[in-house]
Design a protein around this ligand. Structure first.
Ligand code: NAD
Ligand code: GLY
Length: 360
């Protein structure tokens, strides 16, 4: 069997492939034909570029191309950095058939994708994710955005990539903490809709933590299959896609309160999932024991399961009111009836959220 697994995100004329496997950055026959025009801008960050940028640039010898290497981290997912991508596209003389390649984690993917969505009202982009989190989540589905000081991902657009090229060899240089943060988003797929996957993850904790290639590749492919199916049914989050935000309303509030410099996104999602499970139990909608099984699995992945000290429950709740799922100011949460059974709860009482925030 080829070590490369390929899936399709079925969106009619805008369908695209996800390729997952080793050596894909250098496997140019697989991705170069997907780049239609002459101009290519590769956007990466200062941690990723020294390892992988040259491989991508080498493939672009016949294109008019440039590279932009930004500082790394969530604090750089800003309108200012977005402006720098725009300037780089202008300097390249990028025409409407240009392509942006996002080489990096979810920060580079979200930022570059948003730039591609805006340049000349939309040009092509290719996702080359280099973190586990980006391979299993952010590179798939076309959500692009930058943060504002007042909230995560508040400025953005839906803009699907032309392809996702997930070279699993790049995970060799990913710091262990970042790998674990990605595992939180993997657990999310089991928690929200797949008990079999949840149990499979519990049975493979050790292999996943050490980055065993075959096990990690299977986890990526199973996660992408979940995401691709949901995105194909609900591209712009009119309903079911919101389930992918299990734990995110709480998690985003924590990230924003910490000024994007505290917990990593995946870590904040881990805490957020625990909070969502506890809210569900407090409302009598789910057994508390399922929440405790979730805590146990996250802890085995060495992920945080409690709100970091120093954050106020009231402030977190205020942040949650600015979440994109809120309707007319009312917070909508993704809750669950237990492992594998997430649902959208439109009217969770604020006093319940506050009590759970105070106790976690
Ligand atoms: P990230 O992009 O900040 O990458 C994490 C860190 O790892 C960075 O320091 C980066 O430089 C470094 N890094 C990346 N790849 C590396 C490699 N192979 N070797 C060494 N270092 C490497 O963070 P992330 O966790 O990938 O993504 C988080 C972002 O994704 C958040 O902004 C979040 O909001 C977003 N997100 C978006 C979606 C979506 O659907 N668009 C979904 C989930 C998360
Ligand atoms: N990460 C949530 C989504 O893509 O919808």
């Amino acid at each position: 069997m080829s070590p490369v697994q390929s899936l399709n995100v079925a969106l009619g004329a805008r369908s695209y492939p996800i390729h997952i496997g080793p050596g894909l950055l250098a496997d140019t026959p697989r991705w170069l034909p997907l780049i239609a025009g002459r101009h290519v801008l590769v956007v990466s960050d200062a941690n990723v570029a020294p390892h992988y940028l040259a491989r991508v640039q080498a493939a672009l010898a016949r294109h008019v191309h440039a590279s932009l290497v930004l500082p790394a981290g969530e604090q750089e997912k800003t309108l200012q950095r977005f402006g720098e991508v725009m300037t780089a596209l202008a300097q390249l003389g990028a025409s409407r058939d240009a392509t942006v390649i996002a080489l990096g984690g979810g920060v580079i993917g979200d930022l570059s994708g948003f730039a591609a969505a805006c340049w000349m009202r939309g040009i092509a982009f290719v996702q080359m994710p280099t973190t586990l989190l980006a391979m299993v989540d952010s590179s798939v589905g076309g959500k692009t955005a930058v943060d504002l000081p007042s909230g995560k991902n508040l400025v953005g657009a839906f803009h699907q990539p032309a392809a996702v090229i997930a070279d699993t060899d790049t995970l060799a240089t990913l710091p262990a903490r970042e790998l674990r943060a990605g595992l939180a988003e993997v657990v999310k797929y089991g928690a929200l809709g797949d008990t079999v996957f949840f149990d499979w993850l519990a049975a493979h904790v050790d292999a996943l933590l050490v980055g065993d290639t075959a096990t990690i590749s299977e986890a990526i492919a199973r996660s992408c299959a979940h995401k691709a199916a949901i995105v194909a049914r609900d591209e712009t989050e009119q309903g079911e896609r919101a389930l992918l935000n299990f734990g995110h309303t709480f998690g985003h509030a924590i990230e924003t309160e910490q000024g994007y410099g505290g917990l990593l996104h995946g870590e904040a999602v881990a805490v957020g999932m625990v909070l969502a499970a506890r809210c569900s139990a407090a409302l009598g909608l789910a057994p508390a024991s399922d929440g405790e099984r979730l805590v146990e699995l996250l802890a085995r992945f060495e992920l945080p399961t409690a709100i970091p000290p120093g954050l106020s429950a009231e402030q977190l709740l205020a942040r949650m009111r600015l979440d994109k799922k809120a309707v007319s100011g009312a917070i909508r949460l993704v809750l669950w009836h237990g492992i594998g059974q997430a649902f959208i709860a439109p009217d969770v009482p604020e006093h319940t959220m506050l009590a759970v925030l105070r106790d976690t």
